[in-house]
Design a protein around this ligand. Structure first.
Ligand code: ATP
Length: 194
């Protein structure tokens, strides 16, 4: 069986960029957050349960997941958010297990923003954290998404502080400089993992 490396990092840390470098080296990456976005639109069981929990407006007239509506419903209702996660997270876990069973490389990577927050690192062989200074991450995301300082800060405040993740991670990439340096660090680390 493949060894699973949990790849994580806060908003704007550069984890997706690192994931691409990892794929360039020939290792498969499972993108949990992207897969979750697909699953809420194509897993019948999940779709039915979400409608039961939050109402039929969770899906628009064309049957697409109404992210805004759902976000509004669970905003400030932690119990409801837990219930929603209780529908989505097990479906993603199952989807990942099916994916990983098909892989043949000795290492596979699972990209998840909330690896430590959701304690998913406990199900991984090792964890790899991409981290960068808060100010650098803020600027990168504002440039990338056209988001305001406040919007990025709000997401950040719902994630574990970098110092806590640094304490827990097995491998750490510091992404405070340029993309060449990021690629070099990535390649060095993935061939160190055994
Ligand atoms: P999110 O959690 O928001 O999806 P992420 O951790 O996946 O973010 P990326 O999308 O990889 O982060 O990087 C954020 C932005 O910063 C991207 O536009 C990326 O191209 C840019 N970026 C990442 N690292 C560097 C770097 N070292 N130098 C310059 N730009 C960078």
């Amino acid at each position: 069986a493949s060894k699973i490396i949990g790849l994580t990092g806060g908003i704007g840390s550069g984890k997706t960029t690192v994931a691409k470098f990892i794929e360039d080296c020939g290792f498969p990456v499972y993108y949990s957050d992207n897969r979750a976005k697909t699953i809420v639109n194509d897993n019948e069981d999940v779709m039915r349960k979400i409608k039961e929990l939050l109402g039929s407006e969770s899906y628009d007239d064309s049957g697409m997941y109404n992210r805004k509506f759902v976000a509004g419903k669970v905003f400030n209702d932690d119990a409801l958010l837990q219930q929603l996660n209780g529908i989505i997270h097990p479906a993603v876990r199952l989807d990942f297990e099916e994916w990983v069973a098909k892989q043949t490389k000795y290492l596979v990577f699972k990209e998840t923003a909330l690896l430590f927050e959701l304690k998913l690192h406990l199900q991984c062989y090792k964890s790899l954290l991409v981290t960068a200074e808060d100010n650098i991450r803020l600027k990168r995301v504002m440039d990338r998404d056209g988001k305001t300082y406040r919007e990025v800060e709000t997401v950040m405040s719902n994630q574990l502080p970098e110092k806590d993740k640094i304490k827990q991670a097995d491998y750490i990439i510091y992404n405070n400089t340029n993309l060449d340096d990021l690629q070099e660090q990535t390649e060095k680390i993935i061939f160190e993992i055994e």
